[in-house]
Ligand binder design. Structure first.
Ligand SMILES: NC(=O)c1ccc[n+]([C@@H]2O[C@H](COP(=O)([O-])OP(=O)(O)OC[C@H]3O[C@@H](n4cnc5c(N)ncnc54)[C@H](OP(=O)(O)O)[C@@H]3O)[C@@H](O)[C@H]2O)c1
Length: 196
């Protein structure tokens, strides 16, 4: 399959790219820098230009999306907007605009905070929950399949986020990458694949 992978240079994206290429898929990579195609998914015009440049694909896989981590009392209105723009509207827009280009499936990224809240993670929980609700809803209207991958913290990210995820059992990022394979090569839609 020809697969557009957004966020391909990150911890998760690199693993998804590796797993998809091992399975003989053609992977077109996208991110703000260092990929086949430059895109800023917080900018709808940039997403439009990306799809125009890449053209038709069988699947879109998103491994991008950022949210602010702040104590609730320090959250500003703009931080909430930034989180929704960075992880929710950005990925919804990948689906909304991608509907004209994608034959098979969309796979979005969410995360464990949708079901396991942590201090400083209110916006992450909000964003992840929104994406999970979105894929369930989009699946009943879209001709393409649409799923989300919802991992716990990766072993490879413990150095960065480990202090927040006390008592959580990390999983190798490759487990999350394999959930993308399940979404892309499988037949289900409206699913949230929990990893860890
Ligand atoms: N790390 C974990 O343990 C973990 C666990 C569960 C869920 N997640 C979720 O998985 C996703 C990826 O996490 P990660 O740890 O792999 O992050 P990461 O290493 O920071 O990688 C993020 C990727 O997305 C790209 N990106 C960021 N902002 C973008 C934008 N506005 N437009 C286009 N591309 C953008 C980055 O490249 P550029 O900067 O060049 O654009 C990079 O390729 C996040 O949504 C995160 O919440 C992570």
């Amino acid at each position: 399959m020809r697969i557009l992978l957004v966020g391909a240079t990150g911890t998760l994206g690199q693993s998804v790219r590796e797993v998809l290429r091992e399975r003989s898929h053609e992977v077109v990579t996208a991110s703000r820098k260092g990929s086949d195609v430059s895109v800023d998914i917080t900018d709808p015009e940039s997403i439009r230009a990306m799809y125009e440049q890449v053209g038709k694909v069988h699947a879109v896989a998103s491994a991008a999306g950022s949210v602010p981590w702040l104590p609730f009392g320090e959250l500003r209105y703009q931080d909430v907007l930034d989180g929704v723009a960075g992880k929710v509207v950005s990925q919804v827009e990948l689906v909304r605009q991608g509907a004209a280009y994608v034959a098979g499936s969309f796979t979005l990224i969410t995360g464990v905070l949708a079901r396991e809240p942590l201090r400083t993670g209110a916006v992450a929980s909000l964003a992840n929950g929104a994406i999970e609700a979105f894929v369930r809803a989009a699946a009943i209207e879209l001709p393409q399949r649409v799923n989300a991958v919802s991992p716990t913290i990766f072993t490879e990210s413990v150095d960065v986020y480990g202090d927040l995820f006390v008592g959580f059992e990390p999983v190798p990022v490759r487990q999350a990458a394999n959930a993308y394979v399940r979404s892309i090569e499988g037949h289900q839609t409206g699913q949230v694949y929990m990893v860890g």
